[in-house]
Design a binder for this molecule. Structure first.
Ligand code: S3P
Length: 425
């Protein structure tokens, strides 16, 4: 699908972005091994959410899903071997967390995904899971993953990459392992798994980069309202900062500090984003965010901050094209192994619009501000690339044709409708 986009006269209004993908996926998988019902009000409805739900169903959890997600859990040892391969679609989160969870279930199964997901690295989970005793084989480091029944033992694992998916895979395997499981991360990554485990009654203690999980006797189902996904909100925060006449109110947005590096980066660039109505829901912080037009300047992003905005780096690159001076991003090698190679993709697609961007070994350098001009660009079958390019089109002169726009379904099926509703043309 090609979307034709032009700069609106004004951007304004109120929006609740779609619910959090990371939390919805975790609720489906953890709910399946909890006792009783796990109920997620306003659960995300998107390709990734459906993939996680289908996999949990494949393992025997009874799930209904009509805006509210209800998972009838089978307990920590109650799930059964699926009749068919568990298909994760293009959801890397589902695949990596599921592999960890399924490793401890004492069942055989095959975990597979789309051609895109089959290209993404899985050795990062098969290695620690094997070290825990899992009988897991990958296919040249990728999916399909094959599991045979095995008994696991806890592990003290230092993650070689900052990855919440790897950390979560190890912790979920640790639920059914003998002895405690410890994860040590090189930089802080999203902690939704740890928060949800605690909410379900598990003893998962985090001190700085270290999490220690004692295998619980049981997990208890919880009820929560999913916050809006900060990563989806980020596109509208960026659009409001960049557009010369913009004022957007986003509400019920998840502002878990392991996710909001982009907010810190925007503010460091001079953006006007106010947070209010802060509260907590199911162990996760939420806030209303108001973003308005602002003059921005370039900054340098590295280390922990890069990790806390890893999914927002594509939209951050778009923002940097409009900031005065140089923006440099370091420590972002992981961008090469997301839904697309986002480093290469950003350089190729943003240059088509006229941006001055160069890739480095571990990130990118952007010189701004550059007037952008509409052109043909490709979403590269990567939701975050497509939405970032759509925001770039809002500040470009002339028409941008975004090819492959349908990939936004992965996390934000209503993205173009929301954009149209908030745009005054
Ligand atoms: C996610 C973790 C991150 C992130 C992804 C979602 C999660 O991946 O990029 O979009 O929900 O755990 P990595 O763990 O590979 O960094």
């Amino acid at each position: 699908m090609i979307k034709t986009l032009t700069a609106p006269k004004r951007l304004g209004g109120r929006l609740r972005p779609p619910s959090d993908r990371s939390i919805t996926v975790r609720a489906a998988l953890l709910g399946a091994v909890a006792e009783g019902e796990t109920c997620v009000l306003q659960a995300l409805d998107s390709d990734d959410a459906r993939a996680a739900i289908d996999c949990a169903r494949g393992l025997g959890a009874a799930i209904s899903y009509d805006g509210t997600l209800r998972v009838h859990g089978r307990g920590l040892r109650g799930l059964r071997a699926p009749d068919e391969p568990l298909h994760c679609g293009s959801s890397g989160t589902t695949m990596r967390l599921l592999a960890g969870l399924a490793s401890g279930l004492g069942i055989a199964c095959v975990i597979d995904g789309s051609p895109q997901l089959r290209k993404r690295p899985m050795r990062r989970i098969s290695e620690p899971l094997s070290a825990m005793g899992a009988a897991i084989t990958d296919t040249d480091g990728c999916a399909p993953l094959r599991l045979a029944p095995a008994r696991l033992r806890g592990i003290d694992y230092t993650l070689p990459v900052a990855s919440a998916q790897v950390k979560s895979a190890v912790l979920l395997a640790g639920l059914n392992a003998a002895g405690t499981t410890v994860t040590r991360e090189p930089a802080p990554t999203r902690d939704h798994t740890e928060r949800m485990l605690r909410a379900m009654g598990a003893d998962a203690r985090t001190t700085g980069p270290v999490t220690i999980l004692t295998p619980p006797d049981r997990l208890t189902g919880i009820t929560l309202t999913a916050p809006a996904d900060f990563s989806s909100a980020a596109f509208f925060l960026a659009a409001a900062c960049l557009h010369p006449d913009a004022d957007l109110d986003l509400h019920d947005v998840g502002v878990n500090p392991t996710r909001t590096g982009f907010l810190d980066a925007l503010r460091a660039m001079g953006a006007s984003v106010d947070a209010s109505a802060e509260r907590e829901e199911g162990g996760e912080p939420l806030a209303a965010l108001r973003a308005r037009s602002a003059a921005l300047h370039g900054i340098e992003v590295a280390g922990d901050l890069t990790a806390r905005m890893i999914d927002e780096l594509p939209i951050f690159a778009v923002v940097a094209t409009q900031a005065s001076g140089t923006t440099v991003v370091h420590d972002a090698q992981e961008l090469r192994v997301k839904e697309s190679n986002r480093l290469e993709g950003l350089v190729a697609q943003l240059r088509r619009l006229g941006a001055r961007i160069e890739a480095t070994a571990d990130g990118f350098i952007i010189e701004g501000p550059t007037p952008l001009a509409g052109a043909d660009v490709d979403g590269l079958d990567d939701h975050r690339m497509a939405m970032s390019l759509a925001v770039a089109a809002l500040v470009a002169h002339g028409e941008t044709r975004l090819h492959g726009a349908e990939c936004v379904r992965k996390t934000y099926p209503g993205f173009f409708d929301d954009l149209a509703r908030l745009s005054e043309v």
